[in-house]
Design a protein around this ligand. Structure first.
Ligand code: PNS
Length: 166
């Protein structure tokens, strides 16, 4: 594909995937040849997840079915190792606000130390998603808030079902 530039990995916990994540994934798919959405199996800073890694992967696959150059995979190793396995040139992540910067700065430096050949690229979130996080969506849904505009339909339905099971 002329004008596009190799494989990138969009990593995350995606517990669950939000419309903000999908904005970054879609925009990445317009710039790069192949986008691998890397779903981390056991996120270190998140504790127990609401959805299993396979469920989180399936939500992404469902939401990106029309994007031919996007695939979703679960990974359990270091991000730099996963990126190497995928033959990726770069990691692409979204940046919503200054508050994301400190954590992402540290992650980018750690990943650079682990693999200086792998670039970290940050895409600024579209303004309508600059407040949106999986944590916020989970909290809203837990207390009965309407998340229909914030996540894909099947995710909203699965959250309602999961919370109803409790
Ligand atoms: O959506 P998140 O929780 O911000 O995503 C965090 C993620 C998955 C990008 C990060 O936890 C990660 O890269 N995990 C894999 C282990 C790793 O390589 N950590 C960074 C270097 S120590």
């Amino acid at each position: 594909m002329a004008g596009r530039n190799g494989t990138v990995v969009c990593p995350g916990s995606y517990d669950p995937v939000t419309n903000g994540h999908l904005d970054i994934i879609t925009r990445s798919s317009q710039v790069f040849e192949r986008v691998v959405v890397g779903v981390v199996n056991n996120p270190v800073r998140k504790g127990r997840t609401m959805f299993t890694a396979e469920e989180r992967q399936a939500f992404i696959e469902d939401a990106t079915v029309e994007l031919a150059n996007v695939e979703a995979r679960v990974f359990s190793n270091l991000l730099v190792e996963f990126a190497r396995e995928m033959d990726a040139k770069a990691i692409v992540k979204g940046l919503r606000a200054i508050s994301d910067f400190e954590y992402e700065f540290e992650m980018a430096q750690l990943n650079r130390k682990l693999d200086p050949g792998l670039e970290s690229i940050y895409m600024i979130a579209s303004p309508q998603y600059s407040f949106l996080s999986s944590t916020g969506v989970r909290e809203m849904a837990t207390f009965g808030g309407d998340v229909a505009d914030l996540v894909p339909g099947p995710v909203a339905a699965a959250m309602a079902e999961r919370l109803g099971e409790r």
